[in-house]
Design a binder for this molecule. Sequence first.
Ligand code: MEV
Length: 442
Amino acid sequence: MTSRIPHFYNMTIEERRQKISDAAALPPPELGAWTQGGLSAESADPMIENVVGLHSLPLGIALNFQVNGRDILIPMTLEEPSVVAGASFMAKLARAGGGFHATTTDPLMIGQMQVINVVNLNEAKLKIYEKKAELLAEADSIDPILKKFGGGARDLEVRIFDNSPIGGFLVVHLIYDVRDAMGANAVNTACERLAPKIEAITGGKVHLRILSNLADRRIARARCTIPVKELAFESVGQISNLPNGQIGNLSYTGEQVRDGIIAAYAFAAVDPYRAATHNKGIMNGVDSVVIATGNDWRAIEAGAHAYAARSGRYTSLSTWGKDNEGNLVGTLEMPMAVGIVGGATKVHPAAQAAVKLMGVKTANELAEIIVSVGLAQNMAALRALATEGIQRGHMSLHARQVAIAAGANGELIEKVAAQMVAERIVRIDRAEEIMKSLESGK
Ligand code: MEV
């Protein structure tokens, strides 16, 4: 199986579907949910309340990805142009340096119990620790299926907050291995089950019992090395960065691009205003795979940004630097609470198709792919920002759409679009003129 499919960009939707099912050795019906729009109103009805219909988004495939030595076609669901192309292009550059190397911790989620009305916080904390084994055994027995697959309660931690707006209270953290589930249901159930026991031990009242989205015990990490020579490129028909708005070609050496990316990262490392946008670029990649697989992207977003602020100051989730040979090295580390069993992943046919296409067998494997896509996306944004500016990529896609609207097809689309971008005139009348002149061989 290869994730490299030449000329995919210029194929029709039907040709792309065929290529994808050939490349992944999946018969078309396996991916059929995408052609039929994914979800029926009937299956949507029990998912949320007051259903009146469906809301669709584009589903594109990012190419060239290699994660831990395995080629993977990546389904991405989102509305923003340039993201799928950016991820695919960066995955191609990363491939030249061995692809993405990704790891995960055990899938440990944190459940929180807030214990209020406690007379002596220090004493109550120690009393809970004395009963830790008993409490863990109770929590562990709640989900026999999870237990069968190797999950279950792992640890209990007690924290004291002695100066809150309501005075002091305890917070008990239940650490739960949720295996291939996202885990919210298992953890919330376990916390609700433990609450009366904690009340009996502490003499207090267990108020909130809920999972934490700051899933900092469930981390996914990815790194990649881009050979510096792969970064060199020529920007044709430059639309920014040249003095006085001139048009012309600009060449970038690999070293210039590498150092530009590193300087862009430095900006995000020190400035929260930039870090928010930098991390948003990472989330463009992360969320689109999270959504394609039917996972809870709000949970992933919440976890990512809370993790980015864990030092007390919001900063970049990724790092960019160089190695001894001068190659560009990127890393990304973030919480990744995604599942492949249960929830929408189980009932949404399009999500099942996404999981199938990637051939993932565990939630950790999915998390490793997602964090790699986040890193690729981050690099795509920084490379563009550090060189020709972000508008050019958007402009190219827009130009393609205009070329198609003017009647171009096949190879002509790219030629007409490229010329319009070079001229900085992206209009349907100009597209028609260019088509005429190309067709008449002028
Ligand atoms: C746009 O969706 C994402 C970027 O703003 C990310 C970034 O600035 O790094 C381009």
